[in-house]
Design a protein around this ligand. Structure first.
Ligand code: 1HE
Length: 271
């Protein structure tokens, strides 16, 4: 699939964010972490900029891609900022990360992560807040918090077990076990495994495809699906029915179904 070239954003609330490079290709916004000299470690300014970016995605955005500049996706928390933090500061700091990553998971559009190199600590927490993960073969995953005397604070304890289970996360945190890209794919950390240099392109293709869905269907997948997973069966079934009824009532849904019945829409096909 040929991609339209990305255009940098010249103005607007996102243009001044110096730790992210944000560009737009039709309905897809690409956000690139831009601290390669620190392996894209997430400092306070960077976490704030991630929050600002996802709150202020340009009108017309239907999907987003996040990637990291340089050799690694993200080295996690910027450890140089940790030294003098007391318990109260630590609580607020963690909540700031939660706000930013909630804005990714429960924001307006699905987000695809293009992973390579280190995806560790808070970097794995960031990746796990995204909706789809594409990993290059160079990717490796770790949770070195245990070795650093820390605990996860960016939503990892909630999101990562939902991808790989509590037992695997416990092992990673207790023993410092690092998963390579193949192991991460088998465990459920990534949904797509591609050759080095291809993760961003594949992520873009997927984002363009996602952007072609009905926005309300995407919204239901982002917002209803994880909540239904947290509900009892009875509550989940009712939530599902309500969400389904809303989604299928839209003109968008009716037009899409009519297009299929009139043989104007694509069939389900293996990709
Ligand atoms: C950093 C950080 C960082 C690199 N904070 N400065 N995360 C970690 O425990 C991971 C720590 N980082 C590493 O293990 C390695 O840096 C990597 C495996 C990611 C990459 O290795 P490499 O050889 O490519 O780079 P490097 O030489 O180790 O690092 C280059 C520079 O980035 C160097 O700084 P310089 O001034 O000496 O050039 C490093 O100090 C710096 N750097 N990673 C600060 N993380 C919400 S709670 C989340 C809790 C966590 O995320 S804990 C896990 C933290």
């Amino acid at each position: 699939m040929t991609q339209a070239p990305f255009a940098p954003l010249a103005s607007g609330p996102l243009a001044g964010l110096d730790l992210l490079r944000i560009s737009i290709s039709g309905p897809v916004v690409h956000l690139r972490l831009m601290r390669p000299e620190k392996r894209n470690a997430i400092s306070d300014p960077l976490i704030r900029q991630i929050h600002t970016a996802f709150v202020n995605l340009p009108a017309g955005t239907r999907a987003a891609v996040i990637s990291g500049e340089g050799e690694h996706f993200c080295a996690g928390l910027d450890l140089s900022e940790l030294a003098e933090r007391d318990a109260g500061d630590g609580l607020l700091h963690s909540r700031m990360w939660h706000a930013a990553f909630d804005q990714i998971q429960f924001g307006t559009v699905p987000v695809v992560a293009a992973l390579h190199g280190a995806v560790v600590g808070g970097g794995l927490e960031l990746a796990s807040a995204c909706h789809v993960r594409v990993a290059a073969r160079s990717t490796y995953y770790g949770l070195p918090e245990g070795q650093r005397g820390l605990f996860v604070g960016g939503g990892g304890s909630v999101r990562i077990p939902r991808l790989i289970g509590v037992a695997r996360m416990t092992d990673m945190m207790l023993t410092g076990r690092v998963y390579d890209a193949e192991e991460g794919q088998a465990a459920g950390l990534s949904q797509y495994l591609v050759d080095d240099g291809e993760a961003l392109g594949r992520a873009m293709e997927l984002a363009q495809r996602i952007a072609g869905n009905a926005p309300l269907s995407n919204y239901a997948v982002m917002h209803a699906l994880p909540r239904i997973a947290d509900q009892s069966q009875a509550d989940g079934l009712l939530t599902e029915s309500l969400m389904a009824a809303v989604a299928e009532s839209t003109d968008d849904a009716k037009n899409r179904m009519r297009a299929f019945l009139e043989k104007r829409a694509g069939k389900v096909a293996r990709s």
